[in-house]
Structure formats: C-alpha cells, structure tokens
Design a protein around this ligand. Structure first.
Ligand SMILES: Nc1ncnc2c1ncn2[C@@H]1O[C@H](COP(=O)(O)OP(=O)(O)OP(=O)(O)O)[C@@H](O)[C@H]1O
Ligand code: NI
Length: 431
C-alpha cells in the first residue's frame, strides 16, 4: 500500500500530443508540434527555450488564447478538477475521465469560462492587461466581481460560463461608465494589492496604470490575475522586461503566493537561471517540441540532449549576475511545415549529429529518473564519431531565423527585439 501511495501523482494538468498550427500566407507554421507535459498540483513547471521555439503558443493553447490564423489541430489537455468534471460530466461524458476533463473536448464557450477563474495568465508587458483610463483598483475590483458572479451559481457550469463570457465581453464598454459595483469588491482589490506588496494600497488603488512603475504594475497585474483565485497561473516571461532587482522581487512574490494559495504555476522563460530558481520540473522546447523534460535535477545535472547542454552553456550565471555567454551557434529553425523536414530539428546545429539524426527522433526514456525523457538518439545510443555527419552536411540548407511572429500578430520589430533577444543571446540578455 505505501508503495502505491508513493507512486500516486496529483497531476493537475496533463497535455498530450498537443499540436497548434498557424495557417499563414507563407504556409503552415507548426508552432507546437506534439507537446507532452504533466504538471503536478502546487508545482512550478518551467518551459524554457530560445525565441520562437513555441513556448508562448504552448501556454496560450493551454488556456485557450489562440486566435485565427492559429488553431489547435490535435491533442488532449486534461485538467483535474472534481467539481468541474462533475459539472460537465452529463453533457460531455466523452470529455471526462473520473475527475479530469479534456479541455479540447468541451465547447469553446465552456473552456473560456475557466479563464480568470481556474486559469489566469500574466504577461511580460503589464500595460497590455490594463485599460489606461481606468484606475488600477477599479480594474482589479472588476476582476473580483467577475469571479464572484461566475461562482454565484456553482451548480451550473453553463450559467457560470455564460456569465463570465458575457461579463468579459462587456468589460471594455460597460466598465467605462461604472464605478466599483460593491464596496466589498473594492476592499478585496485593496487586499489583493496589499498581498502583492503594493505599499499604500488604499491610495494606489485610485491611481491609473501610468502612475505605476513597471515593477509595481507587474505586481498589480499579478493581483488582477489572482482575483479569480485560479488553480493554475500561467506566467509568460513575467520578469523579462524588468531590471534584475525587481525581477528577483517578482519571482519571490510568485513563490510566496504559490506557497500561500497552493496554486500551480506554468512559467515560460528563455532564462535557465529563472528556471533553476523557480521550477520543480522543466520542459526544454525547441522547434515546437519538448526535446527534454524532467525534474530540475534531470535537466540541469543529467541532461542528455545537446540542445539542453547548449542552453546551459549559454547561461552566464544561474543567479543572473551577468557574464559572458557561449551561444549555441546557428539559427533557430523555421517552423514552416514545408521547410521543417523529417529529421531531428536540432541536427543542423548539433555538435553530435549522426546519421540516425536524419530520422525524426521519438521521445525516449532515460536511464535516470522516471520523469526524464528526451527526444534524442543519444538517450539510447552512444555518440559514435564514425557515424558523425560531416561538418558541412547542412551547409546551404540553413533556414532564415527571422520568420517568427509573422502574421496579424506582427509587433514593432525593434520592440520585439528588445523584449525577445535573438537566439545568440538566449539566457542572458536580460540579466
Ligand atoms: N500569430 C501568429 N501567426 C503566425 N505564426 C505565429 C503566430 N504566433 C506565433 N507564431 C509562430 O509560432 C512560433 C512560436 O512562437 P512563440 O511565440 O510560441 O515562441 P516563443 O518560444 O514564445 O518565443 P519568444 O521567446 O520569442 O517569446 C513562432 O516562431 C512563429 O513562427
Ligand atoms: Ni514567447
């Protein structure tokens, strides 16, 4: 019996075979190409990788924030929540496995109802989460109200979802003319501001976003994300734009909040120092795939994939104190379907590429921990010099790296460069 207990896991989220594509004028972009990951309740799970590897699209797929021309084309996203599973079981029995719900087998309207209440997301740029013409306190109070209205009728997930969807749709327009609806929600907003370490929260609640510093607004965004008491907080590069000291404070805050609320965090970053500091488990992403995953120890100490080795080599200092980088040479590959080929996507940059890397590798278990898996033939074959691909094997087949974030989502390029350093500086730019 104890053995059984020891093997019991409490996976709050399990993603299997997730594929997300963007159908652009240039072709089909395989931004997420068969991602598997499992997140334990109360853990922080890190997804790390160079710019353009598919981290954000993975996170956005999980919380259903993929817009046209993007589409989730395959996979399962199992979310464990007994109450939610019971609520949808009658209408969508195929989507249920005991206390888990496959979010891709319930209608989008119900999926969306989970946002804010079960899943929340924070971003690199807090400005994007706030309306500049409404006070911070008022906006957080509104998030509190949305949550309260959503849970007012806990018996009906359908009512709950419609409530929330309508409310969130109305946010932009209705809110303008509305003051705090109840003093209770205002009080809760102030409590939340205090919880995230905003000094003088009563006064600051009445200030507008532009009156906040970057770090303070980041805290306010976290307060807003916590208003719905989410099970899972998805944090996409939450500290990348901040200076080192503030970055450390925000990471500490997230850790404290996690301990206090028991929430689970999915943390997206290109910075292995942040992963080392925050995460229990980690998935290393490359070209739309998780190429190595496991516990922090698996990935940092017992890594198998040369890409992981390369990333670790490009970490100047795990505490983020700066220093010289050893970049992985070469460019991140195009994710255009017709350019990807059926080989290991890292082979052209890999110092250990062999003939068998010309076949696309499956995910192999390793000889180490049960959690440790690697998409690399080195998990089961020793490197053999005799079979090495010649150095110039891929010369002339290099693909352009500058094709990320194409399409309607196009952002200002300089800005993009600043926020998302190119591959050569991965891991250290923002230290
Ligand atoms: N709206 C879009 N339209 C078309 N392609 C997109 C879109 N958004 C993302 N992509 C594609 O998906 C790929 C993965 O993008 P994603 O934003 O997930 O990368 P990332 O790992 O988060 O990188 P970064 O560190 O720069 O944020 C990109 O290289 C791009 O080709
Ligand atoms: Ni991203």
């Amino acid at each position: 019996m104890p053995e059984v207990l020891a093997n019991m896991t409490d996976e709050i989220l399990r993603v299997e075979g997730l594929k997300t594509r963007f159908f652009t004028d240039e072709g089909q972009v395989n931004a997420v190409d068969g991602v598997d990951l499992a997140i334990e309740r109360g853990d922080t799970y890190g997804i790390v990788g160079e710019s353009g590897s598919g981290k954000s699209v993975t996170a956005r797929s999980i919380i259903d924030l993929i817009d046209s021309p993007g589409e989730i084309t395959d996979g399962e996203i199992w979310y464990r929540n007994r109450e939610f599973a019971d609520a949808v079981a009658d209408d969508y029995p195929d989507a249920i496995d005991d206390d888990q719900v496959d979010l891709l087998r319930i209608p989008p309207s119900i999926r969306r109802s989970l946002r804010g209440t079960h899943f929340s997301m924070i971003f690199q740029d807090p400005q994007s989460s706030f309306n500049p013409s409404i006070t911070v306190g008022e906006q957080i109070a509104e998030a509190v109200e949305v949550q309260q209205r959503a849970s007012a009728n806990p018996r009906s997930t359908r009512a709950r979802s419609q409530n929330y969807t309508l409310t969130s749709m109305a946010l932009g327009t209705v809110l303008q003319s509305k003051r705090y609806v109840t003093s209770a929600s205002r009080e809760r907003a102030i409590e939340l501001l205090e919880l995230v370490g905003i000094p003088d929260p009563v006064e600051r609640a009445d200030e507008y976003p532009h009156e906040y510093s970057g770090g303070m607004l980041q805290r306010a965004m976290i307060a807003q994300a916590l208003a719905g008491e989410p099970d899972i907080l998805v944090a996409d590069e939450p500290t990348t734009a901040l200076d080192v000291t503030i970055q450390a404070q925000i990471l500490d805050l997230l850790d404290d909040l996690k301990a206090e609320t028991g929430m689970t965090i999915l943390l997206i970053t290109h910075n292995l120092g942040v992963v080392a500091r925050m995460c229990d488990r980690v998935g290393v992403m490359y070209a739309g795939e998780i190429v190595e995953r496991g516990t922090l120890e698996d990935v940092f100490d017992d890594y198998v994939h040369p890409y992981t080795a390369g990333l670790l080599g490009s970490v100047p200092d795990l505490e983020g104190a700066g220093g010289r980088l050893q970049p992985i040479s070469g460019n991140v590959p195009s994710l255009l379907d017709h350019e990807m080929g059926d080989r290991c996507h890292f082979a052209d940059r890999c110092p250990k590429a062999m003939e068998n890397c010309l076949n696309h590798p499956p995910e192999y278990p390793t000889s180490g921990s049960d959690d440790h898996a690697v998409r690399c033939v080195l998990a089961e074959t020793e490197y053999d010099d005799e079979k090495a691909l010649p150095d110039d094997y891929f010369v002339g087949t290099d693909r352009p790296a500058g094709d990320k974030h194409v399409g309607p989502d196009d952002r200002d390029e300089d800005d993009e460069e600043r926020r998302h350093p190119p591959a050569e500086t991965t891991g250290g730019e923002h230290q």
